[in-house]
Design a protein around this ligand. Structure first.
Ligand code: HEC
Length: 147
């Protein structure tokens, strides 16, 4: 009897524990805003890229549950480290168009739970042009923050 009660309490503690150890999700202050070439480009960016390349991440419920949360938090931090529209030093923004055209970004695993981020060829081409117009293309410079 006693044993059973103890195991039920332990089982109920598991979700609490998984949330407790899920890690730290941050959305730091936005200190830079992009002048988009068009609202379409910005819309697509917020649909397909902003979760990992801005400080406007929409953290889904499963990002609050370990161990999935660790992977997501890592991805976001790594993505922000490479390219981040919310800080003056945008990073590798000039590669954004190429990543889209090559189908490298958004990452495949992201698309499993974000079908809205799936772009068809036409959308990819338009988006890539918009990204180049906004951030400059290949051969551009790292800190492209003044337009
Ligand atoms: C699920 C998170 C996630 C999403 C969504 C995402 N990225 Fe990334 N991005 C990353 C990570 C992680 C890296 C660094 C590691 C790598 O290159 O795979 C990265 C790297 C980059 C880089 C730097 C070049 C490079 O390959 O290292 C660019 C440019 C980029 N992403 C553009 C985009 C664009 C444009 C979109 C939207 C179409 C997008 N990303 C969507 C996570 C993401």
């Amino acid at each position: 009897m006693m044993k059973k009660k103890v195991s039920i309490v332990l089982i109920m503690a598991i979700p609490v524990l998984l949330v407790a150890i899920s890690g730290t999700r941050t959305n730091p202050k936005i200190v830079h805003t992009v002048s988009w070439d068009s609202s379409e480009t910005s819309e697509l960016f917020y649909k397909a890229c902003a979760d990992c390349h801005s400080h406007e991440t929409k953290w889904p419920w499963y990002s609050y549950v370990a161990p999935v949360s660790w992977k997501i938090i890592n991805n976001v931090n790594e993505g922000r480290g490479e390219f981040n529209i919310s800080i003056a030093s945008l990073g590798e923004a000039y590669e954004a168009a190429e990543e889209v055209l090559e189908g490298e970004m958004p990452p495949r695993e992201y698309l499993i739970l974000h079908s809205e981020a799936k772009l068809n060829t036409e959308e990819k081409n338009a988006f890539a042009t918009g990204l180049t117009n906004t951030f400059g293309g290949e051969g551009g410079h790292d800190d492209d923050d003044d337009h």
